[in-house]
Design a protein around this ligand. Structure first.
Ligand code: SF4
Length: 249
């Protein structure tokens, strides 16, 4: 699909041009922050709540997660000790609103079991590991993929690992900075290799992209009036590779 960009923009290849990448990512952040303001993410009181939210938000909308978290709080279950001693069935019932609740209960129990067994119940020490080790360990746990792992690292451990999601891919692809096929790691590297490793910057940037994706850069792009409209590649506001492909999400 890079062909689309080349067709529209001559020989420029923004994906492999470091200066173009940096200028685009810096400008995008500046414009989005100005348009949407500070997003105050992640909405959680404790690192454990971030972990639980990161697992529960898999394949569901955040408002469903909020209901599940509220129920867990109501049952006073948002502590490692309570989660460790609660049966998988009881936990599944509490998080029912988040969908795939049995699978998610199993994943949460596996996570808690790992912290209890391997880290003597210290989530704090687990999260304080150097980033590469922490990421590898998270990725080795059942049901923890790259997006969940990076969410935990960035918002619970406060370490600089950029979180990528479909919203991130969609807007980058439409602006010529990602391939048509969604591949997590190249997009993560795009941010990590271009921007300073700044936790607050990464936290804010990801949150702003989610807001962008929900308000404007939807499955069908609403470029007119979008804050990033002026940053579209030549081809104009109606440039939309999705309209030229069978796929959408
Ligand atoms: S201008 Fe269009 S393609 Fe770019 S982020 Fe906004 S909606 Fe998406």
């Amino acid at each position: 699909m890079r062909i689309l960009w080349k067709r529209d923009c001559g020989n420029m290849d923004p994906i492999s041009d470091p200066l173009a990448r940096r200028t685009f990512l810096e400008k995008t952040f500046e414009v989005l922050l100005h348009a949407f303001g500070h997003q105050a993410w992640w909405p959680a009181d404790t690192p454990l709540e971030v972990v639980v939210g990161a697992v529960l938000t898999q394949n569901t909308a955040w408002h469903n997660v909020e209901k599940a978290i509220a129920r867990l709080k109501q049952e006073e279950m948002l502590t490692l000790a309570r989660l460790a001693h609660t049966s998988e069935e009881t936990l599944a019932d509490c998080i029912r609103s988040s969908g795939f609740f049995r699978q998610k209960a199993r994943r949460l129990k596996a996570f808690v079991h790992h912290i209890v067994e391997r880290w003597q119940g210290s989530l704090e020490r687990f999260l304080a590991q150097p980033l590469p080790r922490l990421r590898n360990e998270l990725l080795g746990l059942p049901g923890i993929g790259a997006e969940t792992a990076d969410s935990i690292i960035l918002y619970a451990a406060h370490q600089p690992s950029f979180v990528v999601d479909r919203y991130t891919h969609r807007f980058l692809m439409r602006h010529g900075y990602a391939e048509m096929t969604y591949r997590y790691e190249p997009i993560r590297r795009l941010f990590m290799d271009t921007l300073p490793a700044d936790v607050a910057l990464f936290q804010e940037y990801h949150a702003l992209i989610v807001t962008l994706g929900k308000r404007y850069c939807k499955t069908k792009a609403q470029c007119l009036g979008c804050p990033l409209e002026t940053l579209l590649p030549s081809g104009g506001q109606n440039y939309d590779p999705y309209s030229e492909s069978a796929g959408s999400y």
